[in-house]
Write a protein that binds this ligand. Sequence first.
Ligand SMILES: Cc1cc2nc3c(=O)[nH]c(=O)nc-3n(C[C@H](O)[C@H](O)[C@H](O)COP(=O)(O)OP(=O)(O)OC[C@H]3O[C@@H](n4cnc5c(N)ncnc54)[C@H](O)[C@@H]3O)c2cc1C
Length: 384
Amino acid sequence: MTQFTLNDDQIAIRDMARDFAARELAPHAVRWDEEKHFPVDVIREAGGLGMGGIYVREDVGGSGMTRLDAALIFEALATGCPSVAAYISIHNMATWMIDRFGDDEQRRRFIPKLAAMEHLASYCLTEPGAGSDAAALKTRAVRDGDHYVIDGVKQFISGAGTSDIYVVMVRTGEAGPGGISTFVVEKDTPGLSFGANEKKMGWNAQPTRQVILENCRVPAANRLGDEGIGFKIAMAGLDGGRLNIGACSLGGAEAALDKSLAYMRERKAFGRSLSDFQALQFTLADMATELEAARTFLWRAAAALDARDPEATRLCAMAKRIATDRGFDIANQALQLHGGYGYLADYGIEKIVRDLRVHQILEGTNEIMRLIVARSLVGRGSGN
Ligand SMILES: Cc1cc2nc3c(=O)[nH]c(=O)nc-3n(C[C@H](O)[C@H](O)[C@H](O)COP(=O)(O)OP(=O)(O)OC[C@H]3O[C@@H](n4cnc5c(N)ncnc54)[C@H](O)[C@@H]3O)c2cc1C
């Protein structure tokens, strides 16, 4: 692409994901939210269309596409259901980490099934006592011959209990980021168990549970890269993860804007359609403008990550904050434009608002995004 236009392949990729979202996600999204149903069968279909390893290399079954392609796909999927789109984005992040940092044997062992979404993956960094300060994590792995014995608890893990593969960051060495390593833990490993499905404000179409590791013996052959580089692996995954989650916010906002346009043409007040009131037209204009600005910036950050630009981490943090803040504001504004009906579940707007709210919190809160940007501006020594 040039900076401002998509090529024919990208348009085809986006349209394919949009069709899938309109056909397989949107008609069921409100019910899945209500019933807290994780639609694994539909997610596997997305895998069949190449959406399980979007930016994973093709020799192990990945789709070999770019981060920008991924952003197009996640925005399109989220127009149907932000919660399902976001789970697929986390699966892609974890799968890419194995592709990028795993050796050949690990790539061949784990990725073909992940890329096809026959197997699903979870990303396990957060702990009860270590969220934003992830480098303070305490889950420990101790070497025992050809294995490591892992003990600890991971908190808020998306897909946990259903996923087959857990990419887990644990401490193998000293305190701080340099003592962390990354392991692939398979679902049936003895000593691995899961907490209850958390009751949440949104993201109800995917489970969130604790991942509990008790005397959990994991083969040393499942360690990704050397001991001590686990924090680097976790952060590298998050650069792309932040773009993906930002793209999910754009898709949710776009769906909310489209619903508002349709609703306002139909709904009458004071003898006119809502869409005839200039004050409301200005609201729509601002929503569309903010959405376009956030999208344009997110594409810029995705292009930077594709180009391995040294500024990419900072740009991804900026893009995540802008896309998730603007996305939430637009969805919330759409709810307001629907009046009381926006507050009712059947209209599908309040679900989008609830789903998009968590994007401002996870994959690094938006305060942490500011921290990353601020550090790049004024250096590490200044505050926090
Ligand atoms: C539904 C859901 C799904 C999730 N899925 C996953 C997952 O799959 N895998 C995973 O590893 N994690 C996951 N998370 C965890 C998520 O990434 C964390 O919740 C997030 O990183 C924040 O950590 P915390 O909740 O411990 O908040 P805290 O770190 O305790 O932060 C509390 C508040 O303080 C602010 N704050 C903290 N430190 C600073 C600072 N230095 N400067 C300014 N403000 C600061 C934060 O921004 C926040 O507003 C998920 C969370 C949720 C809610």
